[in-house]
Design a protein around this ligand. Sequence first.
Ligand SMILES: NC(=O)c1ccc[n+]([C@@H]2O[C@H](COP(=O)([O-])OP(=O)(O)OC[C@H]3O[C@@H](n4cnc5c(N)ncnc54)[C@H](OP(=O)(O)O)[C@@H]3O)[C@@H](O)[C@H]2O)c1
Length: 297
Amino acid sequence: MIIGAGGRLGSALIGQYRDEFSVAGLNHAALDLGDARQLRDKIGALDVDLVINCAALTNVDYCETHREEAFRINAEGPRVLAEICRDKNAKLIHFSTDYVFNGEKREPYTEEDAARPISVYGESKRAGEENVLAVQDRHLVIRVSWVFGPDRASFVDNIIKRAQENEEVDAVADKFSTPTYTRDIAKILPKFFDVDGEGGILHFANAGECSWREYAQWALDCCQAFGVALKTKTVGALKLEDMARLPQGYGARAPWVARRPAYSVLSSARYTKLAGNSPRAWRDAVADYIKCFYSKK
Ligand SMILES: NC(=O)c1ccc[n+]([C@@H]2O[C@H](COP(=O)([O-])OP(=O)(O)OC[C@H]3O[C@@H](n4cnc5c(N)ncnc54)[C@H](OP(=O)(O)O)[C@@H]3O)[C@@H](O)[C@H]2O)c1
């Protein structure tokens, strides 16, 4: 059962697993993760051996001013899901975020690094991780970063759209993490489906790291290489500290209310050890996405 089946990641998982597994999905309209009673009635009644939770309140700035709602959906809902799964001897795979870190490190964060969130979103997601693992340490929490894919627009799509419509485009040049393709997550996840398999926290991101400006520039470079028409080919630099001062409506969801970590690259070393392979480079994943979904060549 995939919860959050209408979101960017949930849609990708459903699409990938439809032919291979006996899988069903519930989107937001069908199930409110913030309603414990609904969870017990709807998930409690199912015969499932694996629940994958992709649902979350993901708007970082909205969370900042809606703390109670953020914790109800991102922390309490996952706890109830974890209990339902434990009682059924089913496994819960729950998704979390690089925003559980404060961003003060300058090398990739491992699963052992202390989580010290600096936003309500990060705090609520961290509480969700702790709640899930306190119920059952065989459940698996997978932290991902800068998720992109064809099922819902994200940063990369916003940049391409802006470059198609404007003579100038800019992006933050002093904030670093790693873009991660939903289809790559979908490919590796079945390695962890076994109820008695790995539990705890696992980081997964495409390989390498970049700033948002580098990510945006690479996206425009790929568009050029694959014949996607643009009005501008170069991405200007913004500073992280400027984002709170931008005018309403500037870029996606500006101005920012919540703080974001300046550096939140996730180390996939534990994943590589467990799976016996490394994630592909973020540049290859982004190029693949643009070639598949933007190029008419
Ligand atoms: N996107 C990223 O860059 C990123 C980075 C790091 C980690 N993550 C994590 O990865 C996971 C998947 O994120 P995503 O990129 O797929 O985000 P997404 O596209 O925003 O999907 C989240 C889904 O959750 C649904 N949802 C929100 N509130 C709900 C509720 N009360 N009950 C049920 N469903 C609800 C949303 O439905 P509506 O849209 O209809 O509200 C949406 O379909 C999340 O755990 C997120 O925290 C994402």
